[in-house]
Design a binder for this molecule. Structure first.
Ligand code: GLC
Length: 471
C-alpha cells in the first residue's frame, strides 16, 4: 500500500516528460537513464543508509561519514572586537580577508583574491604553502599591518582529522587539488612553517576550519536559528550543531560544552560501497575521469566539479549509441572529459524553466553541433535528470539532519557557486526536504554569502575568546 506521504514524494520527484517525435527513441532514452531516477522507496533507502552511516561515524565505528569534531562549541556572543584575518583555500581561488568586528558583528571587510595555478594545485605541498604565505604577507603588508599581531582563521576545505581547533591533519585531497606529500600532515603546521620561513608578518593561526563550518557561523550572524552549514559548490559537504554528549571523538579537555559543530564530510558518503545500489555506468565513467578515483562517491553525484561531467558522459554515450545528434557529426569536443562544465548545465536548465531553447542551442553550437528539435529536448532532459538527482540526494541528507537536530526551527545556511547559479536546485530542495523529514518540521534555507571566508575570521574571533577564557 502506498501511504499518502510517499505518494506526494513520488509525485514531487518526477521530472518533466520527454516528448520526442520518435516514440521508440524516447523509450530507449528513458530506459538508458532510468537508474538515475529514484523511486520514493529508493529515496527512503538512501535516507536510511545515510542515518546509519551518521550514527556509525559519530560512534567512531567504520563508516563513510567522518563526522569530524571541529572543536567549535559555541557561536559569536556579541563581545568580539577588533581585526581578524582569514584565509580561504578550497576552490579555484585563494582568498585573504580582513574583518573588523564590533560587538560581534563585521563592520569592515577587505578581501583579495589570488589565483592558484594548476602547477601549484598538483605537485608538492611546499611550493603551495609558500605561495599561500606569500599571498598572506602581500595582503597584510598592503594593509600596513605587518607589525600587528593578527589572529587568523584558516578555511581549509578538505577532509581533516582534527585534534583540536588549530590542528587539522589532511585525510585526502579532493576537488582540484592533489599534493600527496601533505596527506597525513597538519595543514596548520604547514602554513605556520611557511609563514615562519618568510618571517615578515605577525600573523597567529588560531583556528583551522572547513568551509561548511564557516558558512554555519556566518549564517548564525544572519539568523540565530542557523544550525546547519551547507556547501554546494565545486565540492559538497555539510556541518551541523550536534549535542556535545553524543560526540565521542574529543581529544581536548572538555569544559561542559553543550553543543559542538560536526563536519560530516558527506562527499565521501558511499566510499565503502553502501551506496552502490544507485551507482550507474555514467557514475563509474565520471569517477574514472576524475583527479582522485574511487573516492568522494557522493560528491561526484552532486557537486559543481562533477555535475557537468555526469551530463557529458550521458550525452556522449547516447551519441555513440546513435540516440542523439544522429543527423550531425558530433565534434570530438563533447566527447572529451571535462569539456561540459556545470555552469552550462545551469544555463540549459534555465531554458527548461523558461520553455525556451536559446541557451541550449548556443552551448551546443560552441561544441560545433547543430541540433534538431529532438536533440534539444534530449539534452534538456538529461540536464534535468542529473540536476534533479543531485537536488534529491542533497535533500535526503538535509532532511535526515533536521530530524537528528530535532529543534523547533532550523535554518540551513548555504553557500557555493552551484547553489547560487543553478536555477532550480533551491526550489526542488525546499520541496523535497519538507517531504522527506518528519512532517511539520520548520526549516529555512538562507544564503550565507561568502561564509567560507567571513566565517573563518569569525571563528578566529571565537577561538581567541575561548583561549582567553581558559587562561
Ligand atoms: C570537499 C571537501 C570538504 C568541503 C567540500 C566543499 O568535499 O572534502 O571538506 O567542505 O568539498 O568545499
Amino acid at each position: 500500500m502506498v501511504v499518502p506521504a510517499e505518494h506526494a514524494l513520488h509525485e514531487a520527484i518526477q521530472v518533466s516528460p520527454l516528448i520526442l517525435s520518435d516514440d521508440v527513441k524516447r523509450q530507449k532514452i528513458e530506459n538508458r537513464v532510468a537508474k538515475m531516477r529514484f523511486s520514493a522507496a529508493i529515496a527512503r533507502k538512501i535516507q536510511d543508509v545515510f542515518i546509519s552511516e551518521m550514527n556509525k561515524g559519530i560512534h567512531q565505528q567504520p563508516s563513510s561519514l567522518q563526522m569530524e569534531n571541529t572543536y567549535i562549541p559555541e557561536l559569536l556572543d556579541g563581545t568580539e572586537e577588533g581585526l581578524y584575518l582569514a584565509l580561504d583555500l578550497g576552490g579555484t581561488n585563494f582568498r585573504v580577508l580582513l574583518l573588523e568586528l564590533a560587538h560581534g558583528a563585521p563592520i569592515r571587510q577587505e578581501v583579495k583574491r589570488y589565483y592558484i595555478g594548476s602547477e601549484l594545485r598538483v605537485g608538492s605541498a611546499i611550493p603551495l604553502f609558500d605561495y599561500l604565505a606569500e599571498c598572506v604577507s602581500d595582503f597584510v603588508i598592503s594593509q600596513g599591518l605587518q607589525d600587528v599581531e593578527l589572529p587568523l582563521g584558516f578555511t581549509f576545505s578538505f577532509p581533516m582529522i582534527q585534534h583540536s581547533l588549530d590542528v587539522g591533519v589532511l585525510v585526502t585531497w579532493t576537488k582540484t587539488f592533489n599534493c600527496p606529500d601533505a596527506v597525513n600532515k597538519d595543514a596548520v603546521r604547514l602554513l605556520r612553517e611557511a609563514l615562519d620561513r618568510r618571517g615578515d608578518t605577525k600573523v597567529k593561526v588560531l583556528a583551522v576550519l572547513n568551509d561548511t563550518t564557516g558558512t554555519l557561523v556566518q549564517g548564525s550572524t544572519l539568523d540565530h536559528n542557523t544550525a546547519i552549514g551547507l556547501i554546494l559548490g565545486t565540492g559538497s559537504n555539510a556541518c551541523y550543531l550536534e549535542r556535545a554528549d553524543r560526540v565521542e571523538h574529543w581529544e581536548t579537555e572538555r569544559h561542559g560544552e553543550r553543543e559542538v559543530i560536526i563536519d560530516i564530510e558527506w562527499g565521501a558518503f558511499g566510499d565503502n560501497g553502501v551506496l552502490d545500489f544507485i551507482k550507474t555506468d555514467f557514475d563509474r565513467e565520471n569517477d574514472a575521469n576524475s583527479l582522485i578515483v574511487n573516492s568522494f562517491t557522493f560528491e561526484k553525484y552532486i557537486a559543481g566539479k562533477y555535475l557537468g561531467e555526469v551530463v557529458r558522459v550521458i550525452l556522449a554515450k547516447l551519441t555513440k549509441e546513435r540516440l542523439l545528434f544522429v543527423g550531425d557529426s558530433t565534434s570530438d569536443s563533447l566527447l572529451t572529459p571535462g569539456n561540459l562544465t556545470t555552469d552550462l548545465v545551469s544555463h540549459i536548465e534555465q531554458d527548461s524553466l523558461d520553455g525556451g531553447d536559446s541557451n541550449t542551442k548556443e552551448i551546443l553550437g560552441k561544441f560545433g553541433i547543430i541540433p534538431d528539435e529532438d536533440d534539444i529536448r534530449i539534452v534538456q532532459y538529461v540536464c534535468e535528470v542529473a540536476s534533479n538527482r543531485a537536488a534529491l540526494l542533497v535533500s535526503i541528507c538535509l532532511a535526515s539532519l533536521l530530524d537528528r537536530i530535532d529543534k523547533e526551527q532550523v535554518t540551513i545556511a548555504v553557500d557555493g557557486s552551484l547553489y547560487k547559479h543553478h536555477p532550480r536546485l533551491e526550489g526542488w530542495m525546499k520541496q523535497y526536504i519538507s517531504l522527506l523529514c518528519t512532517p511539520g518540521r520548520k526549516f529555512k534555507l538562507i544564503h550565507a554569502e561568502d561564509g567560507s571566508g567571513k566565517g573563518a575570521a569569525l571563528v578566529s574571533a571565537i577561538a581567541q575568546r575561548l583561549k582567553k577564557r581558559l587562561q
